[in-house]
Design a protein around this ligand. Structure first.
Ligand code: GLY
Length: 376
């Protein structure tokens, strides 16, 4: 293994340990003044990123065997029960929330209560399936602007949530969940991935027929642009759907997204812009997109033989090394590692840190070191 990966891993885990010691049972998202001040367990228990700290904790437990990480991950998972049993604020993001918490717990410890919670979360996600349009509906009315009707909307982010359905199918030895995931992936592939490998964010479908009515820009620059984090959800999401289905069309889609992502990042020094088609100014970056894409490229490299697979691996290394170098904050007194992220292109000027950027940083390194435990 190359020295830089080992060194980066040591720096990353040292920083996570320092955060762990002062975090308590908080659920972190974004820092304020260099510290995670806001507890999302209090502010918004339904918030889609609430599982990522658990994911980090389970990876730390897997890597170190230290009980303190298991105990804390279980404590945070118990806090998420309020969302699982409260139910009304949940939407397409239940995969992000419970793959990282209850399902990870079950996979690592065999905990049966955690297994049941994972299956319940999968049932909630499956319950959002619209059989007329063959899609899993995105969001709820309170998540979109007043007057908007999102009953027929799908978004690329969903591709990272459907692995919860593949897991439930294999756990129950019942293909129902598998087919919901697969039919949804087919609809995303048809409506949101363009022939050049770029992607849109939101597709508005007729909820009674599935007919495509409109593409919207969502968190990217515009309807015809390519939001970089959205493309990373496509890249990694279709690589994962290939892992579980072996459908060649999914592998080809992930590869197309990968080639587009790589070609764009090669000209920005491997720190992606927030949108690959944004104007030159302001020069917003989104490091979280690059780290998620790196994990997707590492997943792909396991499915693609020969030199092409090696190229995906090398490109993942370039992304991780460049982003850690340009956007990493290694001060142990400050929370969060990766800076230079963007929640939403049009969401104000703020560049920020995001908890999931740190999650993907850790996952990418553990994958490169051959010591990962798969959350998805
Ligand atoms: N899932 C929402 C986002 O990527 O910001």
């Amino acid at each position: 293994m190359e020295n830089w990966i080992q060194e980066l891993y040591e720096k990353t885990t040292r920083k996570i340990e320092a955060e762990f010691e002062r975090m308590g049972e908080k659920i972190p998202y974004i820092t304020e003044g260099g510290r995670y001040q806001t507890d999302y367990g209090e502010k918004d228990i339904y918030w889609w990123t609430n599982g990522f700290w658990c994911g980090i904790l389970w990876k730390m437990y897997h890597a170190t065997g230290e009980e303190k990480y298991r105990k804390r991950a279980e404590a945070v998972e118990r806090r998420l029960d309020k969302a699982l049993y409260g139910f009304t604020g949940l939407h397409h993001d239940t995969g992000f929330m419970w793959l990282h918490s209850a399902v990870a717990n079950y996979r690592l410890t065999g905990n049966q209560e955690a297994r049941a919670k994972g299956l319940l979360a999968a049932s909630i996600l499956a319950g959002r399936y619209n059989p007329a349009g063959k899609f899993i509906r995105a969001w709820n009315p309170e998540c979109v602007e007043e007057g908007e009707d999102c009953t027929g909307w799908i978004i690329v982010d969903s591709m990272m949530n459907i692995p919860l359905l593949y897991w439930a199918s294999s756990e129950l030895n019942d293909p129902r969940f598998y087919y919901i995931a697969k039919f949804h992936a087919d609809t995303v592939m048809k409506t949101l991935v363009r022939p050049d490998g770029s992607s849109g964010h939101i597709a508005c479908l007729d909820p009674d027929t599935g007919e495509l009515l409109e593409i919207r820009g969502g968190q990217g620059y515009g309807a015809d642009s390519c939001w970089s984090r959205g493309l990373s959800w496509i890249l990694y999401g279709f690589a994962l759907s290939y892992r579980y289905t072996k459908d060649q069309a999914y592998l080809d889609t992930a590869k197309r997204a990968a080639h587009y992502f790589i070609s764009q990042c090669a000209v920005t020094g491997y720190v992606p812009p927030c949108d690959f088609r944004q104007p030159e100014n302001p020069p917003y970056t989104d490091a979280s997109a690059g780290l998620c894409a790196a994990c997707g490229l590492l997943e792909l490299s396991g499915h693609v033989k020969g030199r092409e697979g090696e190229i995906f691996r090398e490109q993942a290394g370039l992304l991780v090394r460049s982003i850690a170098g340009h956007c990493g904050c290694w001060d142990l007194d400050k929370d969060s590692i990766i800076q230079g992220c963007k929640v939403d292109y049009h969401g104000g000027d703020k560049q920020t840190d995001l908890i999931y950027a740190d999650y993907f940083l850790l996952e990418a390194q553990m994958r490169m070191m051959g010591n990962d435990f798969l959350i998805w």
